[in-house]
Design a protein around this ligand. Structure first.
Ligand code: PLP
Length: 394
């Protein structure tokens, strides 16, 4: 007997991170590999109260099938926040609730990508998007990221090739921690204006800023032909699987049709619990707690890198989010470093799967949100020692 899988599944990478997570199950391993929010910050008490209230007060409706677009008051809450904070001209109608923002990526692939279409990706780029889009068999064009956003010349060349889609994580990017400056946001919007390219901005980390000034999404400068994704995963809890996408009617209607085929609608009860929690609690106060904690964890990682990493290894300067990105000298292999590091019981994600050109990477992603500062220091000490041995032994 043999299984005849669809051709489209043959080129889709398995999530390398999920593979690594198996190795890091061992409790003696210090892991910077996952991308998990800090579970100590999940607002369990207030969420339990919100869940109890929803089932008690709205039980029948909360447990019934519902509309694909999502719970109207939650959509209005999201739209109002964009209007108040970013001056975006959006209403509840412009918002589609999705089962995590990851589902929005899958839906985008379904409605926009035919086999062979060109998709412009940041390099490095978000692995979950690479995986979601790859199912639809695009050709990728990679645009390198610099400290303040994409290389504009490379982006201009990529857009000249008339791609279908440009996907970007503009704030505290996964994996690099990098953020587009306001100048770059405007410049990218200028390059996109007058093209038919769909710009998909994924912004699950934008609120998690612990240094510097708040920024509005790039979407604000080029809303036409654009999508803006958000999520409660990093500011409340990922287990609810509540995300959203802002889209103009033509795009949204197609996304709704694709979502109907996928799951009819996102969990009604989860949407209502999150909405009740938002009404009864101060989200910004909760976000401030998260930022305070991640700021301390990030600083612990930066301080330890300064103390223990070889001088020739550089680190990105993140002002928020959950990740730092380290670069070893040209020619080093982060896969080889991974093999050494795991023997010393410290883990990270080698850069390779974040590049669509399949290169051998000298880069690595380091997550700081899920370990205590003392643990971070110890893990970085072990990793720094491995780097020194690896680089000296080459
Ligand atoms: C850039 C980016 N987009 C989307 C997601 C998916 O998040 P969600 O839990 O909302 O599906 C993640 C999760 O880590 C992410 O880093």
């Amino acid at each position: 007997m043999s299984l005849n899988f669809a051709k489209r599944m043959q080129t889709v990478p398995r999530s390398f991170i999920r593979e690594i997570l198996k190795v890091t199950q061992d409790p003696s391993v210090i892991s910077f590999a996952g991308g998990l929010p800090n579970p100590r910050l999940f607002p369990c008490g207030p969420l339990a109260e919100a869940a109890r209230a929803v089932i008690a007060d709205e039980g029948a409706e909360a447990l019934q099938y519902s509309t694909t677009e999502g719970h109207p008051p939650l959509r209005e809450w999201i739209a109002a926040r964009y209007r108040e904070r970013d001056g975006l001209n959006v209403t509840a109608d412009d918002i589609l609730i999705t089962t995590g923002s990851q589902q929005a990526l899958d839906l985008m692939g379904k409605v926009l990508i035919d086999p062979g279409d060109t998709v412009v990706m940041e390099s490095p780029g978000y692995l979950g998007a690479i995986q979601a889009f790859s199912i639809f068999e695009p050709n990728y064009v990679a645009v390198p990221l610099t400290e303040d956003g994409p290389d504009l010349d490379a982006l201009e060349r990529a857009l000249a090739g008339n791609p279908k889609l440009f996907y970007a994580v503009t704030s505290f990017q996964n994996p690099s921690g990098l953020t587009y400056s306001d100048e770059k946001r405007r410049a990218v919007a200028e390059l996109l204006k007058g093209t038919d390219v769909v710009f998909a901005e994924d912004n699950p980390y934008g609120d998690l800023r612990f240094a510097g000034e708040r920024q509005s999404p790039l979407f604000a400068y080029r809303p036409e032909n654009s999508l803006l994704m958000g999520s409660f995963s990093k500011i409340a809890a990922p287990g609810f699987r509540i995300g959203w996408v802002v889209a103009e009617p033509d795009l949204r209607h197609k996304l709704v049709t694709a979502k109907q085929a996928s799951d009819l609608h996102t969990s009604t009860v989860c949407q209502r619990v999150v909405h009740r929690w938002l009404l009864d609690n101060d989200l910004d106060e909760h976000i401030a707690k998260i930022c305070d904690c991640y700021g301390t964890q990030c600083q612990a990682m930066r301080d330890a890198a300064k103390e223990f990493f070889p001088e020739e290894v550089t680190l990105t300067r993140a002002e928020g989010g959950m990740f730092l990105w380290a670069e070893m000298p040209e020619g080093c292999s982060s896969m080889k470093l991974f093999d050494l590091a795991i023997k010393e019981k410290v883990a990270f994600v080698p850069g390779n799967p974040f590049y669509v050109d399949g290169r051998e990477a000298n880069t690595l992603r380091l997550n700081y949100s899920n370990a205590a500062p003392e643990t971070i220091t110890e893990g970085m000490k072990r990793l720094g020692q491995c780097m020194k041995e690896y680089i000296a032994g080459r």
